[in-house]
Ligand binder design. Sequence first.
Ligand code: FES
Length: 168
Amino acid sequence: MSEKRHGVSRRQFLNYTLTGVGGFMAAGMLMPMVRFALDPVLKGTEDQDMVQVVSVDELTKEPKRFDFKIDQVDAWYESKESRSAWVYKEGDEIVALSPICKHLGCTVNWNSDPKNPNKFFCPCHYGLYDKDGTNVPGTPPLAPLDHYKQQVKDGYLYLGKAVPKGEG
Ligand code: FES
């Protein structure tokens, strides 16, 4: 009767050990490279810079449209992108609304529909919003206009990312 050998041979032991150590070293070298390559993709747009848009003195109670450019980083590609905001003063507060309609993304205008004065109007499907950006029930948009994150510094209004009402 022969006895089965269950031990590990020297050759097998060396193979296992070298494979394990080699794999560990390879992972140690590859991980930083993968992280470096993916970094721009993983980086969110949360840290979008505030951009100087207008002198606070120019703002009135009537919404006015201001255009500005932001630095857009799309993975490895950097560019300047145009943005617009409808901005007005409400007492001491400044309201800065995105002009992008929440229905299908057309551009809204202030007071441009004679039948609906003092409203933001979207000509694509007749969407309406109140002055504070709230969508008018019974029209296609189902959410209020986004608000820009804002900051006033040295008499100038700076705008950041546009976020849904109630956020930021
Ligand atoms: S895109 Fe504005 S109402 Fe449809």
